[in-house]
Design a protein around this ligand. Structure first.
Ligand code: TRH
Length: 378
């Protein structure tokens, strides 16, 4: 019989919580043949990632996953073999009581946020005994073999490479989104949070001798873009305008699989949060991470920890250029000058992005690591 898994997702903000759990649920079904229920408390976030899904359904099937509305008033249900609470969301009390009654007890995992900090490998897989007698394990994604790894479907890198080699497929994909880029234009996607310094970078792109086509999915950065353009009305998908060497185009929010292809199509990707950050690494292209801002700047050591790993292998000058652009973007500072420094090292940064992707892809992926953890627990 197929092992049964429940994944609980509470949407705190944005799309990352739903994005990670939906991706994991799909992979556990498609590649590991498991029976998976995904409980989400805010289906509106899920529907953005999976258009066609029902925003009000109590239960629906999507790609073999049973997607359930996590009700405010919990209704008792059967307890599966494995329970994952994503990002330390609190399970319903009635549910944990039922976990206690089940024989054998389910494996209970807290799937944590992704961080490159050193302490993660020491905490990955540790048990945390609960007051009710149950035991919960911490499961940390990460970048080293001592962590749970990153979400990556088995054939992802192959698919990405095939797409990147196929000029017609790329062109057709872009055309499908209404993108007609000049043949020599640099294509850049920008999925980022608000950034008051955005204008200094756009000035640099507009005055560059090489044209740039900037693709901006609908989202939180649009206000800064609108201000730079000096336009009164809010920008919407379909908006396109040329300013000297820079073409700015606003894209609709597209389904998760299509967003991957957008990342594969671009020469440079600006991404944010947790999930798009990982997907940009799998695209094997230069990238910039706009990290999710936390209270007391708790996000900055996380940014530094990732950079420490990511920059290894670049020449000191190239590493400095990447580091400076990322730091300025995240802390806010003039971006024009450091964009020029980055451009100087571009071929090296491109090779490095591909190398980093290969290096990370050599590790066990997160879904497989979770399944192994379960098998070892039996
Ligand atoms: O939306 P985010 O900012 O989510 C964040 C992070 O997860 C962060 O760690 C968390 O603490 C915070 O929310 C509460 O960024 P993220 O993680 O990249 O999630 C965006 C999802 O949206 C990702 O799965 C990719 C997807 N996406 C699409 O499917 N289509 C699109 O057009 C775009 C732009 C994104």
């Amino acid at each position: 019989m197929k092992a049964s898994w429940d994944i609980f997702c509470s949407v705190v903000d944005n799309y990352g919580d739903a994005g990670v759990t939906w991706r994991l649920a799909r992979q556990l079904v498609a590649e590991h043949g498991l029976q998976v229920r995904l409980w989400i408390d805010d289906l509106s976030a899920f529907v953005r990632l999976c258009p066609g899904a029902e925003p009000l359904a109590r239960q629906q099937w999507q790609e073999g996953v049973s997607v359930c509305q996590w009700p405010t008033e919990w209704v008792n249900t059967d307890i599966p073999d494995v329970v994952i609470e994503a990002f330390a969301c609190r399970l319903p009390t009635g549910y944990t009581e039922a976990m206690l009654q089940r024989s054998p007890r389910p494996l209970w995992l807290n799937l944590d946020y992704l961080s490159a900090e050193d302490w993660v490998s020491g905490c990955h897989g540790l048990p945390s005994p609960q007051s009710n007698g149950l035991k919960k394990f911490f499961f940390f994604p990460g970048f080293s073999a001592a962590t749970g790894g990153l979400l990556r479907e088995t054939s992802l890198i192959e698919q990405c490479h095939a797409f990147q080699r196929d000029i017609v497929a790329r062109q057709d994909f872009l055309k499908g989104l209404g993108i007609e880029a000049l043949p020599d234009a640099r294509l850049i996607s920008v999925f980022a949070y608000e950034n008051p310094a955005l204008g200094s970078w756009l000035d640099a792109l507009a005055s560059d001798s090489r044209p740039t086509h900037l693709l901006v999915p609908e989202g939180r950065i649009l206000g800064d873009l609108q201000r730079w353009l000096g336009i009164d009305d809010p920008l919407r998908a379909g908006f396109i305008q040329v300013r000297a060497g820079l073409t700015v185009q606003v894209l609709p929010f597209i389904r998760q699989e299509l967003y991957d292809q957008l990342l594969w199509s671009c020469d440079f990707n600006i991404v944010r949060g947790e999930d798009s950050f990982v997907r940009a690494q799998w695209a094997g292209q230069p990238m910039l991470w706009h990290i999710y801002q936390q209270e007391d700047d708790a996000h900055l050591p996380k940014l530094d920890a990732f950079l420490k790993l990511y920059l290894a292998g670049l020449t000191p000058a190239a590493a400095q250029a990447v580091n400076q652009f990322w730091q300025r973007w995240n802390v806010s500072g003039d971006l024009g000058e450091c964009w020029a420094a980055l451009a100087e090292h571009w071929p090296q940064i491109e090779r490095h992005a591909e190398r980093w992707c290969q290096q990370q892809a050599a590790q066990t992926d997160l879904a497989t690591a979770l399944v192994q953890f379960y098998v070892n627990s039996l």
